[in-house]
Design a protein around this ligand. Structure first.
Ligand SMILES: Nc1nc(=O)c2c([nH]1)NC[C@@H]1CN(c3ccc(C(=O)N[C@@H](CCC(=O)O)C(=O)O)cc3)C=[N+]21
Ligand SMILES: [Mg+2]
Length: 297
């Protein structure tokens, strides 16, 4: 039996159209245009691609896009000064500083300088604390996108065994909190986990976020499990080309799983859609308006 393929690309397009509708209403009813500022320090080729597609989709949903490209050698003080300026700018409702930052910067200090109400990545310690205590937070975009796909596909997740593979602050840890919020029994596996295949085999829900191509094998998957593949790994392909593969061995896992997300076209597009949803949420909250429907946790 072959798994249902969860179409993140189509789901993301649907979320963006719902965001666009609510942005239009915000404009006509309240004269507010949500604005998203993206800051890119240095010129990593992959980062350039993401920043461009974020900028394009921001404009497509009717929001204002502010792009700030700073040279690699920018000082941390100069970056902090830009963040202070964006924090104070009423036209900017969301701020995203593209990670990773150059090695000479203290990323924690930079992220924690963002006004937490504008922190659409949900990486500020105050948003991490709010999520960890079950309070209203800005939720990191990738885990939020994964949760939306899981809810759509599974509905009630109460009592299900969930495993998150990877313990990063960006995906693994916030994902585990979100699954706890759905009343799953949650485990986090990582590079030191013993007998990881057996641990994964118990899970009804698998979220793979390790950043290692095809690490999760087909025979690690419990028959019928739902598999969310967060990995976006660029690997060499035939003819000197490159292609994207996930953290899961897709061809093998799809023969066992009940449902699985593809790479590309799974989690990646959902991440960007959730960034736009978070920016809309931030604009609503900043103006004392109700939360957008169906776009927050
Ligand atoms: N502060 C910060 N926040 C981020 O959210 C953030 C970041 N820094 N740094 C870089 C990573 C990476 N990231 C992606 C988003 C969408 C796709 C995406 O849409 N991928 C497409 C394929 C794109 C392609 O072909 O390269 C897909 O999976 O279908 C990929 C990667 C967000 N990141
Ligand atoms: Mg790890």
């Amino acid at each position: 039996m072959s798994a249902t393929i969860i179409d993140g690309k189509a789901f993301a397009a649907d979320i963006r159209s719902r965001v666009a509708e609510q942005v239009a209403a915000l404009k006509t009813d309240h004269g507010i245009t949500p604005g998203l500022a993206v800051v890119l320090v240095g010129s990593d080729a992959a980062s350039e691609v993401y920043v461009r597609s974020k900028g394009r989709m921001t404009v497509e949903v009717g929001m204002e896009s502010f792009e700030h490209r700073l040279p690699e050698e920018t000082s941390e003080a100069d970056l902090l000064a830009l963040i202070a300026q964006l924090n104070a700018d009423p036209a900017v409702h969301g701020i995203l500083v593209q990670l990773p930052l150059p090695g000479h910067m203290n990323s924690d200090a930079v992220i924690n300088a963002i006004d937490p109400t504008k922190d659409v990545d949900g990486f500020h310690i105050s948003n991490v604390g709010l999520l960890g205590t079950g309070q209203k937070a800005m939720v990191p975009c990738t885990p939020l996108g994964c949760l939306m796909m899981l809810r759509e596909h599974l509905g009630d997740m109460s009592g299900k065994e969930a495993i998150v593979i990877g313990r990063s602050n960006i995906v693994g840890k916030p994902m585990a909190h979100l699954l706890l919020g759905e009343s799953c029994t949650v485990s986090i596996a990582h590079s030191r986990t013993k007998d990881i295949a057996d641990v994964v085999r118990r899970a009804d829900i698998v979220v793979a976020a390790v950043g290692r191509p095809k690490m999760i094998k087909g025979d690690w998957i419990k028959p019928g499990a739902t598999v969310i593949d967060v990995g976006i790994n660029r690997v060499e392909a035939e003819g000197g080309k490159t292609r994207l593969v996930g953290d899961v061995d897709f061809d093998a896992a799809r023969e066992v799983a009940g449902a699985i997300t593809p790479v590309p076209g799974g989690v990646g597009p959902m991440t960007i859609a959730c960034l736009l949803a978070n920016t809309l949420t931030a604009a609503c909250r900043a103006n004392g308006l109700p939360e957008p429907e169906g776009l927050t946790v």
